[in-house]
Design a protein around this ligand. Structure first.
Ligand SMILES: [Zn+2]
Length: 265
C-alpha cells in the first residue's frame, strides 16, 4: 500500500495531549503504519518554534513557520513579530537543517466579525513579500475571503504555494492552478453537505492536488467532529479517488508526489 502524505497538520495542538495522552506515541504509531510524511504547520511565532522541534524528532516530519491571520492579532507590534518570523526563516542552510519547507499558514480569515481586517491584510502582504525574498512556497489559509486572497497572490506573481483546506469555487481553483498554485483538500471532501468541494476536486488537475488533515480539526466522515490525525486521511484519499475515477492507491501516490514536488522534499 502507498503511504499517505499529510500536507497540513498541527501536532503541537493541546488537543492531542488531552485526548491521546502522548503525542509522540501517536506519531510513532502513525509513521509505523500507513503515514509516509507529515508537514507540521505553524500559526504563530511560538508554535512555529515547536513545529521545528517536533520535526527534528521524526525523519519524515517537516515543518512550516508563519503567522495565521487570526493569530496575528495577538501581537502588539506587527513589525516586531514579522521580524522575529524572518529570523526563524533564516538562510537556505538553516532551513534545510530545521526542515522548514514553506512559509505558512498565512492568509485571510473573515469568519469572525471582530477581526481586524487591516491588520490581516498587512501581515499577509508582508509575509508574501518575505516568501518572495526567501524563495519559499506559501501555505494559504482562506476562510470566507476568497476574492481578497486571490487578489493578494496575484500581486505577487513569483510566489508559489498551496491553498489549504480549499473551500472556494471550481472556477477559482482553475485560476489558482493557472497561477502555479497547488490546491489541498481536507476531510471536508467527505462531508455530505460539501458538493462544492468535490466540484473543486474535479477541477484541479491530478498533478496539482494535495490532501491534508488539518489535524486535530476537520476529521473526515465517519469520524466527523472527533479528533483528527494523519491516519484518518485515508478517507479523504478515498473521496478524492472517487471524484477522480481512480483507485485509492493511485490517489495516495499522486498526492504524495505532488506534495514532495511543492515542498522540495
Ligand atoms: Zn491549519
Amino acid at each position: 500500500m502507498e503511504k499517505l502524505f499529510d500536507s497540513h497538520a498541527h501536532y503541537y495542538d493541546s488537543r492531542f495531549e488531552r485526548e491521546m495522552g502522548d503525542t509522540d506515541a501517536l506519531l510513532a504509531a502513525l509513521f509505523a503504519d500507513r503515514v509516509g510524511y507529515i508537514v507540521n504547520i505553524g500559526t504563530d511565532i511560538e508554535n512555529s518554534k515547536i513545529c521545528i522541534a517536533q520535526a527534528a524528532k521524526y525523519p519524515n516530519m517537516y515543518c512550516t513557520v508563519g503567522i495565521h491571520p487570526s493569530d496575528g492579532q495577538q501581537y502588539a507590534d506587527a513589525d516586531e513579530a514579522l521580524a522575529e518570523l524572518e529570523t526563524l526563516i533564516g538562510t537556505p542552510d538553516t532551513r534545510r537543517a530545521q526542515k522548514i519547507v514553506a512559509l505558512g499558514e498565512i492568509g485571510l480569515d473573515y469568519h469572525y466579525d471582530d477581526t481586524d481586517k487591516a491588520r490581516q491584510a498587512y501581515m499577509l502582504e508582508e509575509q508574501l513579500k518575505m516568501a518572495e525574498r526567501h524563495d519559499l512556497p506559501v501555505v494559504i489559509h482562506d476562510r470566507e475571503a476568497h476574492g481578497d486572497c486571490f487578489d493578494a497572490i496575484c500581486r505577487h506573481p513569483h510566489v508559489r504555494g498551496v491553498f489549504h483546506s480549499y473551500s472556494g469555487s471550481a472556477e477559482m481553483a482553475k485560476d489558482l492552478v493557472r497561477r502555479g498554485f497547488y490546491v489541498s483538500f481536507s476531510g471536508v471532501a467527505t462531508f455530505k453537505n460539501a458538493p462544492k468541494v468535490r466540484e473543486a476536486i474535479a477541477a484541479v488537475p491530478n498533478d496539482r492536488i494535495l490532501i491534508e488533515t488539518d489535524a486535530p480539526y476537520l476529521a473526515p466522515v465517519p469520524h466527523r467532529g472527533k479528533m483528527n490525525h494523519s491516519g484518518l486521511m485515508l478517507y479523504t484519499a478515498e473521496a478524492v479517488a472517487a471524484v477522480k475515477g481512480i483507485d485509492t492507491d493511485t490517489a495516495i501516490a499522486l498526492t504524495a508526489e505532488n506534495a514532495k514536488r511543492l515542498f522540495g522534499i
